[in-house]
Ligand binder design. Structure first.
Ligand code: INI
Length: 154
C-alpha cells in the first residue's frame, strides 16, 4: 500500500508567521516556540517572515495575503483570545477561527492554527510554554509536516 505522509523537515522551506499584537505577552511566547521548532527542524532564520497584525480578528486577511504572495510554503497563525478578559470573546474567537478555516482551504499552501482560546491568562501562559507545551511550536510542527506532505503529493 502506498503511504503518503509529511516528514518533519523544514529544510529549504519558507514560512510566514502571522501573529497578533493583542495579548502579545502570550503571542511573543508562541512566536518563540514556533521559531525554535522551525529552526530545530532545519529551517533557516532568513526564510522566516514575521507578520504582525493588530488582533486575532485580522489574522485571516493577513494569512490570505501571505499565501497568495506565493512566497511561502506554509503560513502559521498565532494568537490568543482569553475568555475571561473580554465580552467580545465569542465574536473574536469564532470569526478568527472561521476566517482561518476558510483561508486554509482557499489556496495550495497549508495554514496552521495556533490560536489559543483559554478561559484565563494563566491557562494561556500554560499553553505558551509554561506548563502544557507551546501551541506555537505545535502549529509550526503541523506546518512543517503539511508543507512536506503537499510537496510529496505533487
Ligand atoms: N484580539 C485578540 O487577538 N485577542 C483578544 O482577546 C481580543 N479581545 O479581547 O477583544 C482581541 N480583540 C481585538 C480584535 O482581534 C481586533 O483586532 C479588533 O476588534 C479590531 O478589528
Amino acid at each position: 500500500m502506498e503511504k503518503l505522509e509529511g516528514k518533519l523537515s523544514a529544510r529549504g522551506r519558507k514560512f510566514a508567521l502571522v501573529a497578533s499584537r493583542f495579548n502579545s505577552l502570550i503571542t511573543r511566547q508562541l512566536i518563540a516556540g514556533a521559531q525554535d521548532c522551525l529552526l530545530r527542524h532545519g529551517a533557516e532564520d532568513k526564510d522566516l517572515t514575521l507578520v504582525w497584525v493588530p488582533g486575532s480578528f485580522e489574522m485571516p486577511l493577513a494569512a490570505k495575503k501571505a499565501l497568495e504572495s506565493g512566497k511561502f510554503n506554509a503560513v502559521i497563525c498565532l494568537g490568543a483570545v482569553i475568555r475571561g478578559e473580554t465580552p467580545h470573546f465569542e465574536y473574536v474567537a469564532a470569526e478568527a477561527a472561521k476566517g482561518l478555516a476558510q483561508v486554509a482551504l482557499s489556496g495550495g499552501v497549508p495554514v496552521t492554527f495556533g490560536l489559543l482560546t483559554p478561559d484565563t491568562l494563566e491557562q494561556a501562559l500554560d499553553r505558551a510554554g509554561a506548563k502544557s507545551g507551546n501551541k506555537g511550536a505545535d502549529a509550526a510542527a503541523a506546518a512543517i509536516e503539511m508543507a512536506d506532505l503537499l510537496a510529496s503529493m505533487g
